[in-house]
Design a protein around this ligand. Sequence first.
Ligand code: GAL
Length: 345
Amino acid sequence: MIKLVPTENFTTSINGESIAIYTIKNQNGLVAQITNYGATLVSLWTPDRAGDLNDIVLGYDRITDYLKTENSYFGKTIGRFGNRIGNSQFSINGKTYHLNKNEGDHHLHGGETGFHTAIWKMLEITDTYIKLKHLSIDGSSGYPGNLTTTVTYSLTNDDCLQIDYTATTDTSTHINLTHHSYFNLEGQGNGNILDHSLQILADTYTAVDKDLIPTGEINPVSEALDFRESKKIATHLSAQQTTKGYDHNYVVFNDSEDPVAILSAPQSGRVLKVYATEPGLQFFTGQGIASKIRGKQGTQYGDYSGLCLEPQHFPDSPNKPHFPSTLLLAGEVYQSQTIFKFSAK
Ligand code: GAL
């Protein structure tokens, strides 16, 4: 039975700006809850092979818990830039911009006050979709340009959670938006994801240094990193000693009708297919998930409680001219789409 996160737990205001939680659904009974704080997906209910609905994303029951811990980025919209920018700087037309350093010398997920902490404006809501907007002013976290972003979450009747992004700027800037849900297709709080099977349509990935900053090399996947045939996540996990799990940006084939990744869970039979317009996919197995605060419905999260499949441009693209560009010029429109399609077998 569906047990939605209580709306009153999210009804508050910060500095005069209202925070709320909104519910969307489709005709097959899929339900999602989204708060305008961080444009965050708080819950997502999808059927297993018996038709029973369960909440399959990690998160918290109340806004106060989201305010206490930002490190895991549960369900967040990440901006202005998903993943890392080395040495927290880049140059555009000979001018260097210094970004907020929130991971050693580096800049991660848009910095401390990235989009995941913004109070987004609710523009439109229907039964099936919600559209949110955020104006990030010139100089925010060190980025140039007044950047207006919208994110729309839709639940379609073919059981997709579709996320559409747009952005425009008045000065050239870099942008790389992504979505940071941790999925557990057996149900949030129900064990870990090591038994899930995963396929990623990628021959190569972007190699990184010890700080997880790309070296610029695009390397063929090793046996441990090879997910071209579906395999259990646990199979070669122990090979990832430095990162204690997977935390890699795959160079995916995003120019066909096929999904870039397919995830499935043995007990529930749930299947998630990821379709995206982005050239990269960050696969992160959730090592280091904070366990101090309990998750939804009192569940205790820990390492590998959920995994992220984050469609994105490559990390540190502003400093790697041979990577697909993340530069957005004044007057241009940034557009990106991610589709998470659910089924059960
Ligand atoms: C992921 C990233 C990880 C880690 C995580 C947040 O997107 O790849 O390195 O920063 O977010 O804890």
